[in-house]
Structure formats: structure tokens, C-alpha cells
Ligand binder design. Structure first.
Ligand code: ADP
Ligand code: ADP
Length: 239
């Protein structure tokens, strides 16, 4: 079953001094429920723009993003809120945009609060379950994210992304800032949770070796376009 269908998506940024940047051109891609699709390509080819368009963190210039059949591109911000429960994102630097004073419990539980889910006690229970799920100690709740290593911080980000039981997670260079040995731990964790919870993942990386072992299919991007798309084995055979 198709969960998400991207049709002819385009994005033009209007940079300083009137310069236009065509970051996406006619990108079409679909993701089935429970499928992992890797997106790979060199820096600047439009991967992040694609990932962020799916959550309307940026506004596409044209095309459609059908989530369970409904186009989210023309939706008003207010109508997007229920959709945002189902679509989550994990960034390379997950705490760049979060309040650094918030403790881990707050960081993980915040999406539940924002969406008004459960009582305070139920939210705290969910936060504790999420910590177990991502392999963090319970006492993390009262500590600050910056007290943790890069890999542990990414576990916090994963727990936060899972808080609302999403259907799709965009992992945007989620392991790129980590040491290689930690990278594989986090990739394996994401892959394990993906299977366990049957979530779809759009796994974005500039590094093919990061996504090849976890992706069912791979899209290769170049200059704002998907230039190759296929089953992972197929794509790996074409040099
Ligand atoms: P990637 O994730 O593959 O590195 P991006 O989606 O970040 O690529 O960027 C695609 C292109 O759009 C690049 O040329 C980049 O410089 C440009 N770009 C990204 N964000 C903006 C922005 N806010 N304003 C102008 N140009 C941008
Ligand atoms: P603050 O007082 O900083 O606004 P709250 O106490 O309102 O934070 O908690 C916000 C969310 O953080 C809660 O809904 C819960 O999910 C999580 N949280 C906070 N403290 C705990 C805790 N001790 N155990 C588990 N979760 C917690």
C-alpha cells in the first residue's frame, strides 16, 4: 500500500540579490507503508529540500505530496497539524533548534504535549517506554541533552520522533556527524525500530554506504533530479 506519493515536485529558492536556485526539478517518488527508501547524492543536490518538503517545513514551488492520498502542499498550516503526527524528521544536529534548557524528558515528551495527548502521567509513562526502546537509561529524563554523546543525542532525537507513533520518518543525514562505529549503531537501531514498528523511512545521506544496507529501494539525486531509482541490489549493480 502506498503511504506517500510525491509527484513532479519542484522547489525554487529565491536567494539574495534575486538569484534563483532550482533545488528540485520534477521529482516523483513513492514510499509504501513499512518501506525504507534511501536518497543519496552529493551535497547540494536537493536531498534536504526534498525531505523537508514532505513535512512542509519548506513550501514546495510546484507538484504534489500525497500522504495517504491527500495532497498536503495546498493545506493551510492549521490543517497540517494532524498530518504532523504521522510525519516526523530526524536531523543531523537534532538540538540545533530545540531549547537547550529543556531536559531529556521534556524534549521527548513535548510532541505529546503539543498534540494534547494523554494525561501528564500517561505522557511520562510513554517517555519512559521510549527511553527503553532507544536504549537510553531511565535517569536520562532529568538530564540535559548536551550531557550526552553525539550517538546518545541521536537516540534522544529518535525517541522524540517516535513519541507520536508516526507512519513515516525522514532521517536527514541523521548519522553524518557521528564516528563511523557509532554510525552503525544508530543505523542498526533505526533499522530495528523500523521493522518492529513497521514505519516507513526516507533515509537521506550523501554517503551510499550509510543507506545501502537498510534501504529497500534507493533514489540517486543529481542537481535537483532523481536520476536513478530502483531496488537496492539493482542500483548497486549499476556502477
Ligand atoms: P542537499 O541536502 O542535497 O545538500 P539542499 O536541499 O540542502 O541539498 O540544497 C539544494 C540546493 O538549494 C543547493 O544549491 C542549496 O545551496 C540551495 N538552498 C538550500 N536552501 C536554500 C535556501 N534557504 N535559500 C537558497 N538556496 C538554498
Ligand atoms: P516542564 O515543567 O519543563 O514544562 P513538564 O513537567 O510539563 O515539563 O513535562 C513535559 C513533558 O516531559 C511531560 O509531558 C512528559 O512527557 C515529560 N516529562 C517531564 N518530566 C518527566 C518525568 N519525570 N518522567 C517522565 N517524563 C517526564
Amino acid at each position: 500500500m502506498t503511504l506517500l506519493e510525491i509527484k513532479n515536485l519542484s522547489k525554487i529558492y529565491h536567494g539574495k540579490n534575486g538569484a534563483k536556485v532550482q533545488a528540485l526539478s520534477d521529482v516523483s517518488l513513492d514510499i509504501a507503508a513499512g518501506e525504507v527508501v534511501g536518497v543519496v547524492g552529493e551535497s547540494g543536490c536537493g536531498k534536504s529540500t526534498l525531505g523537508r518538503s514532505l513535512l512542509r517545513l519548506i513550501e514546495p514551488s510546484g507538484g504534489q505530496v500525497l500522504f495517504e492520498g491527500q495532497d498536503i502542499v495546498p493545506l493551510k498550516k492549521s490543517a497540517l497539524k494532524p498530518m504532523r503526527r504521522d510525519l516526523q524528521i530526524i536531523f543531523q544536529d537534532p538540538f540545533g533548534s530545540l531549547n537547550p534548557r529543556h531536559k531529556v524528558g521534556k524534549v521527548i515528551g513535548e510532541p505529546l504535549e503539543v498534540h494534547g495527548i494523554g494525561t501528564k502521567q500517561q505522557r511520562q509513562e510513554k517517555v519512559r517506554e521510549l527511553l527503553d526502546l532507544v536504549g537510553l537509561p531511565q535517569n536520562a529524563i532529568d538530564r540535559h541533552p548536551h550531557e550526552f554523546s553525539g550517538g546518545q543525542r541521536q537516540r534522544i532525537a529518535i525517541a522524540r520522533a517516535l513519541a507520536l507513533d508516526p507512519k513515516l520518518i525522514v532521517a536527514d543525514e541523521a548519522v553524518s556527524a557521528l564516528d563511523v562505529s557509532i554510525q552503525s549503531q544508530i543505523i542498526n537501531l533505526i533499522a530495528k525500530l523500523q521493522k518492529q514498528l513497521n514505519i516507513s523511512i526516507l533515509f537521506i545521506s550523501h554517503d551510499l554506504s550509510v543507506i545501502r544496507h537498510v534501504s529497500d529501494r534507493i533514489a540517486i539525486m543529481y542537481l535537483g533530479r532523481i536520476v536513478e531509482m530502483g531496488e537496492t541490489e539493482e542500483v548497486m549493480q549499476n556502477p
